[in-house]
Ligand binder design. Structure first.
Ligand SMILES: NC(=O)c1ccc[n+]([C@@H]2O[C@H](COP(=O)([O-])OP(=O)(O)OC[C@H]3O[C@@H](n4cnc5c(N)ncnc54)[C@H](O)[C@@H]3O)[C@@H](O)[C@H]2O)c1
Length: 266
């Protein structure tokens, strides 16, 4: 399982939550990791945690909406860690707002980070990986964080759901375009439901509001919405991401991997 030994991975938004858990698990499974986020102190903490467990990591302040930051991230992975084969497009933001109250600026910010961030990362990764991954090598892997919100939609979080809907189709399109170009890179989306992170806490508040329940029962209600009667953890999602990035998923591309404890089905 988890054959990422010797690979180099960039994980965006890895200062906390799912990104941090993914960076730690990739390192535990043998990959070198470039930990990036807009939060300097949190990047350092993730790097220190990985090193304390015997893993190899470097950290970088990196805003996924900034092209110069992407140039610096690719440079750090290529010149600092020897090149990369794995990109985890994890950085994202949530917006709990009714449609009637959402401003242009709020819509724009979510779309820039959640959609443009993934687009830029993919563009930079394709350019860099195609130079060094030949058909004889194990494939490169890009994993995009999507969401069950892209399937169900989200009342009071419509911009977020819309941004993830864009990532859903971008992921499929990327997998098809990469195949047409003959690049040896797999591209997949992972679909968490409600995960117990800062973002997940905000999502829980939104859900209780949409069903007209009291906010202090948010967690209990959110748990009852799952076939597996609990919230997901960051590690639950990290395990799915590491699988998609690994050689165990060598025949999997363009897929929509739902890891949600049955939230979507229930
Ligand atoms: N938590 C959930 O319930 C859930 C469900 C479905 C999908 N997701 C997706 O999983 C991913 C991670 O979510 P999380 O729950 O760990 O969220 P989180 O809020 O705990 O962490 C997100 C990280 O992204 C970083 N970030 C934000 N803007 C950035 C930018 N412009 N450049 C670089 N980094 C930036 C933040 O600083 C933070 O460290 C997101 O894409 C999210 O949409 C989360």
């Amino acid at each position: 399982m988890n054959r990422v030994d010797g690979k180099v991975a960039i994980v965006t938004g890895a200062g906390k939550g799912i990104g941090r858990a993914t960076a730690e698990l990739l390192a535990e499974c043998g990959a070198k990791v470039l930990v990036t986020d807009v939060l300097d102190a949190e990047v350092e903490e993730t790097v220190e945690q990985i090193r304390a467990q015997g893993g190899e990591a470097q950290g970088l302040r990196h805003d996924v909406t900034n092209e110069d930051d992407w140039t610096a991230a690719v440079d750090a992975a290529v010149n600092g860690l020897g090149g990369f084969e794995v990109l985890i497009n994890n950085a994202g933001v949530y917006l709990q707002k009714s449609i009637e109250d959402t401003t242009f600026e709020e819509y724009d910010r979510v779309m820039r980070i959640n959609v443009w961030g993934v687009m830029l990362g993919t563009r930079f990764a394709m350019s860099s990986m195609k130079e060094r991954i030949s058909a004889d090598d194990p494939a490169g892997a890009i994993v995009n964080l999507v969401s069950t919100a892209s399937i169900k939609g989200s009342p009071f979080a419509s911009v977020y759901a819309t941004s993830k809907g864009a990532v859903r189709l971008f992921t499929r399109s990327t997998a098809r375009e990469i195949s047409a170009l003959g690049y040896n890179i797999r591209v997949n989306g992972i679909y968490p439901g409600i995960i117990d992170t800062e973002m997940g806490a905000a999502a829980m508040q939104r859900i209780v509001k949409s069903v007209g329940e009291s906010e202090n029962r948010a967690r209990e209600i959110a748990e009852e919405l799952h076939l597996i009667n609990r919230l997901g953890t960051a590690v639950d999602i990290a395990r799915g991401i590491v699988f998609l990035a690994s050689e165990d998923a060598s025949y999997i591309t363009g897929t929509e991997f739902v890891v949600d404890g049955g939230f979507w089905l229930k």
